[in-house]
Design a protein around this ligand. Structure first.
Ligand code: SAM
Length: 282
């Protein structure tokens, strides 16, 4: 449940042309169809506890990859095309600045990426005054082979974790240290995490080309939020962030621009909402 100090939530996106795609039964969580900047602009300053997001990596630039043993074109969508280093960085700075505005002073942000994007994201985070806390290395045990054989096969993604406030600030960010240690058999948890890509169970409602494993997102949220906290994802895709948030008893708000991905996300969110224990529902 929301804490007493949590504002009633979520601005009012409708006047700005955003369409609500999904709302939870208790009305506390929702997904809107539309541009991430419109959703962000509709949210009050200092209103969000945590952001977990997986922005465009700018990977779809005419290259190829290996899928099911075959060479396939990397084309995840026009949204994933690079506009050049300077334009890509300006894009990252713009949305990360808005994210910083809507985060509470105690809030933190997680941003996933490969080397195509995380260098820019890391730079933008520093430029905007965030404090970098960790670079989590997500290791994939079964990566596709590198068909070009001119470099190592890519088996990792990076998730940068940063706080809004500087070191020593009055509002301390949440880190559930003891929970993470307990999850790691009583040993301090390292920043290298091994998770398989989402299996068929997580894709039973349909496929998204860059779907993230729920276990990965869930660990981040369990580490950095409390039950009832509000989690935002401005690039929701199939709403893995939302599904993980609901499963962990947190609230969710997200934006997704693509109609078909919104439909997929809404199915997943509805299933996650229905699976919540009665104590967490109206
Ligand atoms: C990397 S994917 C996120 C995948 C997600 N983490 C998941 O597990 O399904 C990025 C998503 O951002 C969406 N997107 C791209 N540009 C957008 C924009 N301007 N506003 C909102 N969503 C956008 C894309 O349609 C895509 O679904």
């Amino acid at each position: 449940m929301p804490s007493a100090s949590t504002p009633a939530l979520l601005g009012n996106p409708e006047p700005r042309g955003l369409k609500e795609s999904w709302r939870s039964r208790d009305g506390e969580s929702r997904l809107v169809r539309g541009d991430h900047m419109e959703l962000l602009a509709s949210l009050p300053a200092d209103s969000v506890d945590c952001i977990w997001t997986d922005p465009p990596y700018f990977l779809s630039n005419g290259g190829t990859s290996c899928h099911a043993g075959k060479r396939v074109a990397v084309h995840k969508g026009a949204w994933d095309q690079s506009q050049g280093v300077a334009a890509d960085h300006a894009f990252n700075r713009t949305w990360l600045a808005e994210c910083r505005r809507v985060l509470k002073p105690s809030g933190t942000i997680w941003v996933s990426g490969t080397h195509h994007v995380y260098l820019s994201v890391g730079m933008a985070l520093m430029e905007l005054g965030y404090r970098l806390l960790n670079d989590i290395v997500w290791e994939k045990p079964n990566p596709p082979p590198n068909l070009g054989c001119r470099c190592f096969t890519h088996a990792t993604e990076m998730i940068l974790w940063a706080s809004k406030s500087a070191k020593g600030a009055q509002n301390r960010y949440t880190f559930n240290y003891a929970d993470m240690k307990a999850e790691n058999d009583g040993r301090q948890m390292k920043n290298v995490w091994r998770f398989t890509a989402p299996g068929t169970g997580e894709k039973r409602h349909g496929k998204h080309p860059t779907q993230k494993p729920l276990a990965l997102v869930e660990r981040c949220l369990l580490a950095s939020t409390h039950p009832g906290d509000l989690v935002l994802d401005p690039f929701a895709g199939s709403a893995s962030t939302g599904v993980a948030a609901l499963g962990a008893g947190r609230r969710f708000i997200g934006a997704e621009i693509d109609t078909n991905y919104c439909k997929l996300a809404s199915k997943r969110l509805t299933a996650a909402d229905l699976a919540r224990p009665p104590s967490e529902t109206p």
